[in-house]
Design a protein around this ligand. Structure first.
Ligand SMILES: [Zn+2]
Length: 619
């Protein structure tokens, strides 16, 4: 009897403990410390390296396997990236030639590869197996929760012809654009492993510290992630101004970089790079590396003060840039963001050059400090980046557009009405076509924020961005983390917004249904046509030129924003409960005095049919 009672008690306690672990596990993230030594042969584009990786398992689970990404294996005929390219209806033009996959046409000495030749765990051999772009490793001994283990490997690679993001000899003649070049441990987080094959796009990585020694032909100038530790041996514009560089014997130089708290490490190199620097006041040292080509030089000089302005804009509007360095590097095949740096193509008109720098730099906040899993939540990275870089361009290029997001909203509407839209919860590789991915990630993602400003107010939106950055920097925030931040700042409930906008393809469509004369008053009936709920701002313009606004909060939002039109008298109406398809309110003037009625004069609500938002008197 007593025994049984004890058993029952233990069982009950075990269930209790399990319940607690599931519901109250505090945030955790894995940690990596990489030490790599790499030798690059600039003649045959092959490299050899060693990697020591100290992995800390901060998860509550014991791990018996780990995975590494071997991204360069994507650039081989028959890879998943190649086959996807051949089967998608709207392939990326950069990856195609005469309608055919450029990957499929690569010769053996042009492909990319990355192979691991030996791997030890704490000195013991481990079994590993290459599956395309992923290395599966069965551990010699499991890593306990809270434990550390050290992996030591040798690897060798070949840099592919530049087809997408990284590679050799890009279209503008940059020798080496080295991103996703090393065996990179996959991230394990509260959702489990994220050992995604490299099919098209978007990345997720483990936070940690990098120590990289790169040996390369001494004529090559290198830039990228990380602070150069031996500038006085290297020179090439890294030495302290006015000082002499110690001459090193031999044909190569070994560049030693350290990068604290990053989740990726990129470098680029070319023998013809010009290297300029610019110190941002109270900010990082900017590096510019670009080909010494008279056609682009002027634009790259003019780009430098604009880069400093963008850095200041983001630091003011999101939060202080946390590193001491940021590098804008000529390379790649468009624009791509990396830790402390970007690779951009250089032969552009000045506006386009500033535009691409501005966009990629904004990723420093939304991907390289707030490291959302962009494969799953690409809109939080590309969309938020598009939002803030659109505002930045409006300021630093003095565009002074009243609504800088007009094109962004129009892009979203085109997708919403195309029949090709998929929910934003779709994995970045699983969109049916590039059009649906692109508009969903960039435009619909940017509208998520711009429209949130409409819902909670512009000041609260910017306060939310600051708080989000402060609360989640150097972590992997999720959509819900962002939503909770906005809820705390606005004191509104926003679950409906996150759910409908990001997890469905429901659309917003409100309209002015009826305007009826009732003697000295006028009754206005609004209708909800789309499924997605929204609070409404309504502007009424009278024939004497005066204006008045009305505000119909959404009941499920449990709150009200401040009057966005401070100079116009606002009446807050009773809440509009979503299920009701129509909503009536009265204006204290006869109908003949009304010139126009307009839903959302700011046009920040992404109504898919804006036509019916406006009622005008027939005069
Ligand atoms: Zn981007």
């Amino acid at each position: 009897m007593q025994l049984k009672k004890t058993v029952l008690l233990i069982v009950l306690m075990a269930f209790g403990a399990l319940g607690q672990a599931q519901n109250n596990t505090p945030y955790w993230q894995q940690h990596v410390d990489y030490t790599m030594k790499v030798d690059m042969d600039v003649k045959n584009y092959q490299y050899k390296g060693t990697q020591k990786l100290v992995y800390t398992n901060n998860s509550p689970e014991e791990l018996s396997r780990v995975y590494y990404h071997l991204y360069f294996n994507a650039f081989q005929p028959g890879s998943e990236m190649d086959i996807r390219l051949q089967n998608i209806e709207d392939p990326d033009g950069r990856m195609m030639e005469e309608g055919k996959s450029r990957i499929a046409a690569l010769k053996p000495d042009e492909i990319g590869f990355l192979h691991v030749s030996s791997l030890l765990q704490d000195g013991q051999n481990v079994a590993f197996n290459e599956e395309g772009t992923v290395l599966v490793v069965e551990l010699a001994k499991p890593i306990p929760s809270g434990g550390k283990t050290t992996f030591e490997m040798a690897f060798n690679g070949q840099v592919p012809l530049q087809i997408r993001r990284s590679g050799r000899n890009n279209e503008e003649g940059v020798a080496l654009s080295m991103s996703q070049w090393y065996p990179k441990l996959a991230e394990y987080d509260f959702e489990g492993w994220h050992a995604d094959p490299y099919i098209a796009r978007e990345f997720h990585g483990v936070w940690g510290d990098f120590d990289v020694e790169l040996t390369i032909d001494k004529d090559y100038v290198v830039g990228g992630t990380g602070y150069l530790q031996n500038a006085q041996e290297i020179g090439h514009g890294y030495e302290a101004p006015g000082t002499k560089v110690k001459k090193v014997k031999g044909k190569t130089l070994t560049w030693h970089f350290k990068a604290p708290m990053v989740h990726d490490f990129m470098w680029a190199a070319d023998p013809k790079y010009v290297h300029d620097t610019l110190q941002v006041e109270n900010g990082p040292l900017l590096h510019f590396l670009y080909k010494n080509d008279p056609e682009i030089r002027d634009n790259w000089k003019k780009l430098q003060p604009k880069t400093a302005e963008a850095m200041k804009f983001y630091s003011d509007n999101i939060g202080k840039y946390p590193y001491e360095q940021y590098s804008v590097i000529h390379g790649g095949d468009g624009g791509m963001e990396y830790a402390m740096s970007t690779l951009i193509t250089g032969g552009r008109k000045f506006g386009s050059l500033v535009g691409v720098m501005t966009h990629e730099m904004a990723h420093s906040w939304f991907q390289h400090v707030l490291a959302t899993n962009e494969s799953k939540h690409e809109w939080m990275d590309e969309g938020f980046t598009t939002f803030i870089s659109t505002l930045c361009m409006n300021k630093i290029m003095e565009q002074n557009k009243e609504n800088p997001f007009e094109n962004t909203y129009n892009g979203y509407r085109r997708l919403a009405l195309s029949g090709k839209e998929q929910p934003q919860t779709t994995h970045a590789d699983r969109y049916d076509n590039n059009f649906a991915y692109g508009v969903s990630a960039y435009s619909k993602g940017a509208v998520f924020l711009a429209q949130l400003g409409y819902i909670i107010g512009q000041d609260k939106l910017m306060e939310t961005l600051h708080k989000y950055y402060d609360d989640f920097k150097f972590e992997h925030p999720t959509p819900n983390d962002f939503k909770r931040t906005a809820e705390k700042v606005s004191e509104m409930e926003l679950d409906w917004y996150l759910t409908d906008w990001t997890q469905t393809t429901n659309t917003i469509d409100y309209g002015v249904k009826d305007v009826i004369n009732e003697g000295s008053k006028t009754k206005i009936t609004l209708e909800r046509i789309g499924l997605m709920p929204m609070p409404l701002d309504i502007l009424v313009v009278y024939s004497d030129g005066t204006r008045e606004t009305f505000y119909a909060p959404l009941r499920m939002m449990r709150g009200e924003k401040e009057n966005p039109y401070g100079d116009i008298q606002r009446t807050t109406l009773p809440d509009w409960p979503w299920a009701y398809p129509t909503f009536d309110f009265a204006v204290d003037k006869p109908m003949e005095d009304i010139t126009a009625i307009m839903i959302d004069p700011s046009q920040l609500m992404a109504d898919v049919d804006p036509q019916n938002n406006l009622w005008q008197a027939n005069n």
